[in-house]
Design a protein around this ligand. Sequence first.
Ligand code: ADP
Ligand code: MG
Length: 399
Amino acid sequence: MKLRSITRVKDLVGKRVLVRVDYNVPISKKGNVEEMHRIVASIPTITWLLERKARVILLTHIGRPGGKVVARLSVDPVARILSRLLKKKVIIIRTRNWSRISQIEKSLARMKPGDVALCDNIRFSQDEEQNSASFSKELASLGDVFVSDGFGVTHRTSPSVTGIAEYLPSYAGLLLEKEIDGLSRVCSMPTKGSVLVIGGAKMETKLPVILYLKKNIETILTGGGIVNTYLKARGFGVGSSLVDDAYSEEVQKLEKISTIVWPIDVVVGRTDGSGARVVTLGNIPFGICRKNEAILDIGPKTISMYASYIQSATTIIWNGAMGYFEQKPYDTGTLSIARLVATRSKGNAFGMVGGGETVQALRMVKMEEFVDLVSTGGGAMLEFLSGKELPGVNIVSTT
Ligand code: ADP
Ligand code: MG
């Protein structure tokens, strides 16, 4: 996949460049940004534009305000971090009323070449939420050029993600290029030596990835909710484990896919961390745990078996926690996988990790910088890996 890169544009001096970024980051009750990976990842594009004396106007959403102004979801905490990272003032454009586009235009008119502005949460506007065509045109009137760089939101369709591109020359930002390069790379790597590690909770996003990649990946290692759902569907007693019964039929079909590797043991216990013990699995269904217990991690034999696959891999894609890693002792499986993937990456294998909680686990073992590509998008990455097109990428693609 080839993208129309912003680096192709020669003269940007004084141009108003609208950049769709993805600053949808968790904000604490006290109003602090809890996770700044996405903000950090947006810096290269912004710096590149500022060096060329563009007027940089950033658009983002935060959370789901539902078309209303929700003070807690304003961009202020993000602007503070951004300003610190850029070592530069970030002008906040108050867009409490996105329908008064002429007022926003007036505020922006004061910007000088080399200035950077961050517009308030775009989802304060109902028109953004409802994907209004006229709003796309109004937004476009605020700029001369559009840059799509919010990889984490490219699987969506909305005025600020896709609509603007109908009215302005549009390009891919540096982050978008990096993400798509990495994803294209893992998808075109030889089957031999490729490993997909997939866990987490949301079946509806994980199953399509397995089904799409099953022919191209040599080994698929499983953990998390998908395993519980599979075991229950086969008749094992799983107590109060996290399962998605809606997928009980579909998940049984995975049995026929010979490249999928299932855990050979699991850790069961209570969700508060008490009563944890290892249970070895077999082929004949039995009661794995009691009603008030759940399967909360992969077991030690499984970790060591998965390690042997990861340690000989040449391509690794990891998404989804292996267990309930927010609670000890159920963090062992996920954190072990994090260490194994990071250790094998950058050199022996090309390693790609994505997903909110997955990246959090990688950070818990302080090994982020050892992975080739830490994706800023969970949903978008999974959709790409399911063979779906990403609307926010299509608008800047040349193929
Ligand atoms: P990601 O955001 O990394 O794609 P998901 O959102 O799919 O991952 O799921 C992550 C969540 O799933 C984690 O918060 C983790 O605690 C939870 N989880 C994974 N396995 C289990 C399990 N066996 N029991 C309970 N929760 C689990
Ligand atoms: Mg998640």
